[in-house]
Design a protein around this ligand. Structure first.
Ligand code: SF4
Ligand code: SF4
Ligand code: FES
Length: 259
């Protein structure tokens, strides 16, 4: 986050009321007045900051915008994603930088998909004191302490499944008294599970065989000869898969499916 040449909208001096619909917030100690409907991320930009770090998808997916804040009458440090959290009056806000957590280096192809692997790469997992701070800090409502407990037990599938929604924001690790890097443990389990344990998708293997056998070559050649307008017409005429279609759904014309 850096300041641009944009003139920031500073809040009125203490004691004077803010405009209707505006709330005062504090960004690294400086007071600004921003619209009450904005997320923290938009409020920072409204205040004149240019987000060159700590901002990615703006949609709660990339985890780049981990933010800590506190209210003046509370000792509690609160956390959230800046792109998803709406400002509240008198928030003291600071975005966390990239969190320099421990990250094991490994070759997933040769890494054994067995219980001891997580502990071998992240032995600090056993330092967890079960305080639950990670779970309370997680903006994705993940039972982080729960998956760390499964990691201690070496249950790769359970860690992979329960950490699935992790956006790697780092807020859990930032607050962990045992210095765990939960999100790197979670992604290790998901990689191990996906590479070595998940059942292979039979329909995908079948489709690859059809491609290799040249099943679609003729149709592809014909399509490549058509003009853009003809392609658009063909696309519009395609029978679309309905929302919530059954697993077994197939279009009436199966000539493009090789089947
Ligand atoms: S914050 Fe750290 S020590 Fe506390 S439960 Fe989570 S992983 Fe364990
Ligand atoms: S598990 Fe940790 S890194 Fe993942 S979303 Fe939750 S707080 Fe962020
Ligand atoms: S910017 Fe991607 S999660 Fe907030």
């Amino acid at each position: 986050m850096s300041k641009t040449a944009t003139k920031p909208k500073k809040a009125p001096a203490k004691g004077k009321s803010a405009e209707a619909g505006q709330v005062p917030i504090f960004v690294m100690g400086q007071r600004f007045e921003v619209p009450a409907s904005l997320t923290i991320q938009k409020a920072l930009e409204y205040a004149g900051y240019q987000l060159v770090r700590g901002c990615g998808c703006r949609g709660g997916i990339c985890g780049a915008c981990g933010t800590v804040y506190r209210f003046p009458d509370s000792y509690r440090i609160e956390v959230g994603l800046a792109c998803q959290t709406v400002v509240q009056p008198d928030m003291y806000i600071a975005q966390i930088p990239f969190f320099p957590g421990n990250k094991a280096v490994y070759d997933i192809e040769t890494l054994p998909a067995e219980g001891g692997t997580i502990a071998a790469l992240y032995p600090e997992v056993f330092k967890c004191v079960g305080c639950g701070t990670c779970t309370r800090s997680c903006p994705m409502d993940i039972d982080v302490m729960g998956y760390i407990s499964k990691a201690i037990q070496g249950d790769i599938a359970a860690v992979a499944e329960s950490s699935f929604d992790c956006v790697m924001c780092g807020l859990c690790a930032a607050r962990c008294p045992a210095e765990e890097v939960q999100y790197n443990i979670g992604i290790l389990a998901r990689r191990l599970y996906a590479r070595h344990l998940a059942p292979k998708a039979g329909h995908l293997a079948k489709a690859v065989k059809l491609v290799e056998a040249g099943t679609f070559d003729k149709a592809l050649k014909e399509l490549k000869k058509t003009t853009t307008d003809e392609l658009k017409k063909l696309y519009k005429a395609l029978e679309m898969e309905p929302d919530m279609a059954e697993e077994s759904w197939t279009p009436k014309n199966t000539s493009y499916l090789g089947g």
